[in-house]
Ligand binder design. Structure first.
Ligand code: ADP
Length: 448
């Protein structure tokens, strides 16, 4: 096992990793930009190193700064959290070249899954069901138009290098194709440096269901059920739950096995998420994320496992601490993402926190790096915390969420907390009857 690890991230996820490491008796090194000198992850880690100015490319994304911080402190391994360098194959390669361990999958797995076309081909070959669409990339508008006519509209054009909801455009009709195709390409080029796109059938009323998988890198892998992340705004998740209200035990076991078998076959190591759209009882693969997800705590809640601890274990060469038949679902869990954003436009709202009070009590987990007097810098993601609740069933989890939101105080900046109060008054949230478009429609009517 490692003696010391470095966390190449900030905010709540850096705290999350520090907590797991501390329980394992592993010393921690935080890295931070000059804008984050007073951040909670810096205070909570055993040591910290300033790695550069506020702009991420010069700090949290700087390979030399992070590798040097390992060398200075003697950290043996790097946990990337999510975002930043967590899915950067080149970084993983460089970490390994320096004799350090990357707590995550191999550079090769990141590369394969990071290119959506290659990922889809790989998954298809491993027996995972995919969204019908183009065979690989689509190079010209004429080819895209021909495919659109053949498949039938609507279709979605996706940048193979896309992520975070960017580089995706829907063409509702043939007349719409030119705009969608050109915009998806341009977004792929400008955001990800790659203008290759592919086409998929656009599913009109699916749910977003993702399967948590975990591999030991030695050919063994398990699944930890699904999360339903259908409540999205601009393709970004807002509210996540496990188990999925629309998924039966039989469906879970079947798709879970397909996923676990697929990642076992490629000797996948660590945590991964296989994302699907789910419509009319069918699962359609869209992408695999080769990292810990923001919403991992709902899975931890219902299975009673610490996924970060398991990541660190397998990265150090140990086995996972559980097997498939030991994993049993207990109750229901919901996470809401709290952002420092001003409604109705969701514009970022950085600034000083004048008062912060976290909710507590049975079944409540608050993952946040906020504290009284903390100043949220304007340079990074607007996620300021995640409120996760766990109950014996969905109704209890919803009641607990309502209670916990009532206790939560974040003053000084605008937040998305009022959105969740409003959502909890909606019948569809209580019946679980929603799909990936529900929230956008609701926002149009109620907020925007
Ligand atoms: P990203 O990598 O940007 O997160 P994904 O491929 O995971 O992109 O898709 C994100 C979201 O976009 C999905 O959760 C879903 O809401 C929507 N989406 C993606 N593909 C399709 C599709 N074929 N049909 C309908 N919606 C889709």
């Amino acid at each position: 096992m490692f003696n010391k690890i470095l966390i190449a991230n900030r905010g709540e996820i850096a705290l999350r990793v520090i907590r797991a490491a501390r329980e394992m008796g592993i010393a921690t090194v935080a890295v931070h930009s000059t804008a984050d000198a007073d951040a909670m992850h810096v205070r909570m880690a055993d040591e910290s190193v300033c790695i550069g100015p506020p702009a991420s490319p010069q700090s949290y994304l700087s390979f030399p700064a992070i590798i040097s911080a390992c060398e200075i402190t003697g950290a043996e391994a790097i946990h990337p959290g999510y975002g930043f360098l967590s899915e950067n194959a080149q970084f993983v390669q460089i970490v390994e070249d320096h004799g350090l361990t990357f707590i995550g999958p191999t550079a090769e797995h990141i590369r394969v899954m990071g290119d959506k076309i290659t990922a889809k081909d790989t998954m298809k070959a491993l027996g995972v069901p995919c969204v019908p669409g183009s065979d690989g990339g689509v190079a010209t508008l004429a080819e895209a138009q021909a495919l659109g006519n053949e498949m039938g509209y609507p279709v979605i054009i996706k940048a193979t290098a896309g992520g975070g909801g960017r580089g995706m455009k829907v063409a509702e009709t043939a007349a719409d194709m030119e705009r969608a195709f050109m915009t998806a390409r341009a977004e792929g080029k400008s955001n990800f440096g790659n203008d290759e796109v592919y086409i998929e059938k656009y599913l009109t009323t699916p749910r977003h269901i993702e399967i948590q998988v975990f591999g030991d890198g030695k050919g063994r892998a398990v699944h930890l059920g699904e999360r339903d992340c259908s409540l999205q705004r601009r393709h970004q998740k807002v509210f996540e739950e496990a188990p999925g209200p629309a998924i039966s035990a039989e469906e879970r076991a079947a798709i879970g096995k397909v996923c676990a078998d697929a990642v076992a076959k490629i000797n996948y190591i660590g945590a991964g998420t296989i994302e699907f759209l789910y419509e009319n009882g069918e699962f359609y693969f869209i992408e695999m994320n080769t990292r810990l997800q923001v919403e991992h705590p709902v899975t931890e809640a219902i299975f009673g496992v610490d996924l970060v601890r398991e990541q660190i274990r397998v990265a150090s060469g140990m086995d996972m601490s559980f097997q498939q038949d030991e994993l049993e679902i207990n109750g229901h869990s919901i996470e809401v993402r709290l952002n420092a954003e001003k409604l109705p436009d969701f514009t970022p709202s950085p600034g000083r926190i004048t008062q912060y009070h976290a909710p507590g009590g049975l079944g409540v987990r608050m993952d946040s790096a906020l504290y009284d007097g903390y100043s949220i810098p304007p340079y990074y993601d607007s996620l300021i915390g995640k409120l996760i609740v766990h109950g014996r069933d969905r109704a209890e989890a919803l009641a607990r969420l309502n209670r916990a939101l009532g206790e939560l105080i974040v003053d000084g900046v605008d937040t998305t907390i009022p959105l969740f109060h409003a959502l909890l008054a909606e019948k569809a949230i209580h019946t679980g009857d929603y799909n990936i478009h529900w929230l956008e429609h609701w926002l149009e009517q109620h907020v925007e």
